[in-house]
Design a protein around this ligand. Sequence first.
Ligand SMILES: C[S@@+](CC[C@H](N)C(=O)[O-])C[C@H]1O[C@@H](n2cnc3c(N)ncnc32)[C@H](O)[C@@H]1O
Length: 257
Amino acid sequence: MRIDVVSLFPDFMRQCAAVGVVGRAQQRELLQVETWNPRDYATDRHRSVDSSSYGGGPGMVMMIEPLRTTLAAMRAAAAEPVHLVYLSPQGTRLTQGRVEALARLPRIALLCGRYEGVDERLLAHEVDEELSIGDYVLSGGELAAAVVIDAVGRLQDGALNDAQSAEQDSFSDGLLDCPHYAKPVHDALGSVPEVLLSGDHAAIARWRLKQSLGRTWLRRPDLLSQRGLDAPSRALLDEFRREHASRRPTRQDDATG
Ligand SMILES: C[S@@+](CC[C@H](N)C(=O)[O-])C[C@H]1O[C@@H](n2cnc3c(N)ncnc32)[C@H](O)[C@@H]1O
């Protein structure tokens, strides 16, 4: 898969894409991340990419022309058609489902705004989709683009050392992930649940599903209502609720109210 990033901070984007799973995906040639700086396509001697906003008010707006030329060069750099995403607080909220759909495309491009954003006419004519990473305002689209690159990059076949780990992650089947434990088995903070040491794969799978159902019920009941539960899952969740009602409260319970 190829991801083109249009940004005034290409070095930052390259650094983000060079580390961890995404960096490894690039080394394995599963993913190619290219950057495009609109300033390189500005034509005046100051290499301007922004101007003041018509109608007045504070803040600058990214101009059409340098972006139009940058996007034309970006589109021409590879044969595949490109799905252009503008990162914006006004976009549709990014979800794992949307990430999975983007990860199946051969090529996407990410347009990062700065200042007050991008001239509306360019967005209307060039952009296929606007995506937001949450209801808050960042000073630029780069961090949001890095989020998309990471979430999409790790889903490329062969990017994760164990392909199953993505299948078990939160949201992949509409539930939150179960709790995980590392060494040692016993610690002053508590012990690893017995079942995880049993070697009984069916019992471990059942326990993990019960914890996933329970956590989702506790933390994200909205996900449970969207997903729906079959009879065995409902029974498992009832078992979790009974156990939960009879155990001592933890700091996490205090935090989630
Ligand atoms: C300061 S923001 C502009 C905000 C814009 N004036 C508004 O209120 O909708 C500058 C850029 O940051 C990016 N950005 C800010 N918040 C974002 C979010 N929640 N998700 C994705 N991109 C965001 C966008 O690319 C935006 O053009």
